[in-house]
Design a protein around this ligand. Structure first.
Ligand code: MN
Ligand code: MN
Length: 286
């Protein structure tokens, strides 16, 4: 496989960055401090494939601290840490859920992890993505929870985080199949809520929507990958907020909104990046 070593390396770095985050998270610490620790670790060894997502309680995904974020972890928080590293555009994407100081959501967290484990056992050349989704849903249902149906796993290509193929977290009847040589991220989300997430305001994560000389510095720095509002300060300093508004109004960049369970249920996530093979798969982020 082309770029195998780069994917391996990105996977290892993402894994270790996630481990660092899990070790360092604690009650009273700010989201911003944790995000910066994880991102600094990745930057010493590789590129950032996307801003660290720190999604708490009913937020499932797409929140990263803002430059002037003041949020702090509290006892009982259920925190999804989702990290991405890239080596030459080859991405490792991995996530886990931590409950701070309590064990109320142990089973919910376990259901997402178990579903990921079962999905990994099935992943190989020729398996339908809907069969994997079915297994994920069944596994989460056994624990008495629901998968989040409108969040999916995805194929990865160089400098492309969501490369076209989706791996559902339920049986969506898709006839599409995994193919040997593909790199995919599988990411079950489990909840005690609705199992549908909706946009819920600013997540501080953006992507380029249109090519324009106005944003050449952004493209140069982050290529086609998602970036954080925070990171723009490295380019624009104190002008960041006005630049951001200008670029959004012109449709040059678009936000990813924070995604929250519709009924306010608590959400847990587990994610690994895998290389699909003829007879199984290799987990790159383990
Ligand atoms: Mn992820
Ligand atoms: Mn992912």
């Amino acid at each position: 496989m082309e770029n195998y070593e780069e994917y391996k390396e990105a996977g290892r770095i993402a894994r270790d960055a996630l481990k660092l985050g899990i070790k360092n998270i604690k009650e009273g610490k700010s989201y911003l401090e944790l995000a910066e620790e994880i991102e600094e670790y990745i930057k010493r060894k590789a590129g950032l494939a996307f801003p660290v997502n720190i999604s708490v309680n009913s937020t499932a995904a797409h929140y990263t601290p803002a430059k002037h974020d003041e949020l702090v972890f509290e006892k009982g928080d259920v925190v999804k840490i989702d990290v991405g590293a890239h080596v030459n555009g080859c991405i490792g994407d991995t996530a886990r859920t931590v409950e701070i100081g309590t064990k109320k959501y142990e089973k919910l967290i376990e259901s997402a992890e178990k579903a990921l484990e079962e999905a990994i056992k099935m992943a190989r050349d020729g398996v339908k993505v809907s069969e994997i989704g079915k297994k994920i849903e069944e596994c989460i249902a056994k624990y008495g929870f629901k998968p989040v149906k409108n969040l999916q796993g995805h194929s990865l290509e160089r400098y492309n985080l969501h490369a076209g193929l989706s791996i559902p977290n339920f049986d969506n009847k898709s006839q599409k199949k995994l193919k040997a040589g593909q790199v995919v991220a599988i990411e079950p989300f489990a909840t005690d809520g609705a199992g549908i997430v909706v946009d819920a305001g600013i997540g501080n994560i953006y992507r380029i929507a249109k090519n324009s000389p106005f944003i050449s510095q952004i493209r140069k720095k982050f290529s086609s990958l998602p970036f954080a509002e925070r990171w723009l300060y490295e380019i624009y300093g104190e002008k960041t907020q006005s630049k951001l508004i200008f670029f959004i109004r012109r449709g040059l960049i678009v936000p990813y909104y924070k995604l929250v369970d519709m009924q306010g249920g608590i959400v847990a996530q587990a994610e690994h990046t895998l290389l699909i093979k003829e007879d199984g798969c290799e987990v790159l982020t383990i």
